[in-house]
Design a protein around this ligand. Structure first.
Ligand code: PMP
Length: 436
């Protein structure tokens, strides 16, 4: 290996990264700083220069058990020795079947048909195709449109982008290519507030107007994530469920961020006691170890799709049902069920409430909100990512804000002392940046 490619030399690694690699939502030419990671254990990320950071992000909602959990590591090692991958066309295996069983047991009743996909965005594409094929199979070929709510985020592939917020999403860049769908006003009644029945009017009007060409409603239940980190009232979901039934429209719940306990319920739909027709899961599914997503639906949707030409569901990725991902997912879900996750999430919720309350009074802060193991400080102005990120790292925590949002979703196992440190640093840094 040439000296130039000795990536044990951190400066060379960084230089090569800077020259050649895209990171999420970045430019290579105008690269933002990146921090080389050596390892991660529990709730700590260790940088290559020896510094250790308390992790507030759980790698974007996914590492719910922290990093390097021995049971997840063992599951991966054992599975790698047995079978890393084999095509899922015409073959099957225990990791996929066992995972499907666990998912069916955990999710709301009736969701019993499982499609294993590669990532959250792909699962959204799969869910939307499922809904379209369902309507097509019923002879309702005109029902091809989707309705969603503003401030939503569903991923970066084309149909997923088409249901992201039309202003903050990527609609303008891809206009003319992205399909045009319907957007209701986002719900305004907050999770803990008194329900305001007017909140549903916008969606109701759109649904009634377009029922004949509407295939499905897709939304993030309770928590709108990357589109604004907003927490809305469970009654909104109940109303949506009733309206979907009344107007012959399917309901797709994108639980990619909210699934597996993050909001204090196993699934955010459970806050409202509703069951969607199609549910997308991802992120925490594998405890953050591998990329994997799942789409669950009911017997009606599955049988209807099978009842009309082409008689099959038209999707089948190369890495479908990857045994490594499925095995570690099942272990992660078993671990979750065996743990006192609900008590832990409540404890994290209390810790975030306690630690972030002080931000409420700060000049630069517009709002502070906490739900389950999610804490959000919304600033009045957008933060300068490069500067704020560096300030967090210098103070020993990993938090990655976007826009006006400084937010955390720590691993459920974070102890009270680390939570206190994490929130104290957030308060400190927010105070500093709120002055600008
Ligand atoms: N839906 C939601 C609600 C998400 O939060 C995300 C990821 N931020 C996605 C879909 C897309 O998932 P992925 O990044 O795995 O494609």
């Amino acid at each position: 290996m040439s000296d130039q490619h000795d990536f044990n030399n951190i400066n060379k690694l960084l230089a090569y990264d800077r020259e050649h690699l895209w990171h999420p939502y970045t430019s290579i030419t105008k690269a933002l700083p990146v921090f080389p990671v050596q390892s991660a254990q529990g709730v700590r990320i260790q940088l290559s220069d020896g510094r250790t950071l308390i992790d507030g992000m759980a790698s974007w909602w996914s590492a719910i058990h922290g990093y390097g959990h021995p049971r997840l590591v063992a599951a991966l090692q054992e599975q790698a020795a047995e079978l890393s991958h084999v095509m899922f066309g015409g073959l099957t295996h225990k990791p996929a079947v066992a995972l499907a069983e666990t998912l069916i047991e955990m999710t709301p009743p009736g969701l019993e048909k499982v499609f294993l996909a590669d990532s959250g965005s792909v699962s959204v594409e799969v869910a939307m195709k499922m809904a379209m094929q369902y309507q097509h199979a019923r002879g309702k070929k005109e029902k091809k449109k989707f309705l969603t709510i503003k401030s939503g985020y569903h991923g970066d592939t084309f149909h997923a982008m088409a249901v992201c917020d039309p202003v903050t999403g990527m609609h303008q860049i891809y206009s003319g290519v992205l399909p045009q769908f319907y957007f209701a006003e986002s719900p305004q009644t907050r999770f803990h507030e008194q329900w305001n029945p007017d909140d549903i009017t916008s969606l109701q009007v759109l649904l009634e107007t377009h029922r004949n060409d509407l295939c499905a409603i897709i939304l993030e239940p309770i928590v709108q994530g990357a589109g604004g980190m907003r927490f809305y009232h469970p009654q909104y979901l109940r109303e949506v469920r009733m309206l979907c039934d009344a107007h012959d429209v399917l309901l797709i719940a994108d639980e990619i961020a909210t699934g597996f306990g993050r909001t204090g319920q196993l699934f955010a739909c459970n806050h409202a006691g509703i069951v969607p027709d199609i549910m997308c899961l991802g992120k925490a599914l594998t405890g953050g170890c591998m990329t994997l997503a799942a789409v669950l639906t009911n017997e009606d949707v599955e049988q209807t799709i099978s009842s009309a030409p082409p008689g099959v569901f038209m999707h089948g990725p190369t890495f479908m049902g990857n045994p490594l991902a499925c095995r570690v997912a099942r272990e992660s879900l078993t671990l979750l069920q065996e743990s006192s996750w609900q008590a832990n999430v409540q404890r994290v919720e209390k810790g975030l409430e306690r630690g972030l309350a002080v931000c409420q009074e700060m000049r630069g802060v517009a709002d502070v909100r906490v739900l389950g193991a999610i804490g959000v400080v919304e600033m009045r102005n957008s933060v300068v990512l490069e500067k704020i990120q560096q300030d967090f790292v210098d103070r020993g925590v990993w938090v990655r804000p976007f826009g006006k949002l400084v937010y955390v979703m720590p691993p459920f196992c974070m102890n009270d002392a680390d939570l206190a440190t994490l929130t104290a640093v957030i308060a400190d840094v927010v105070a500093l940046h709120g002055k600008n």
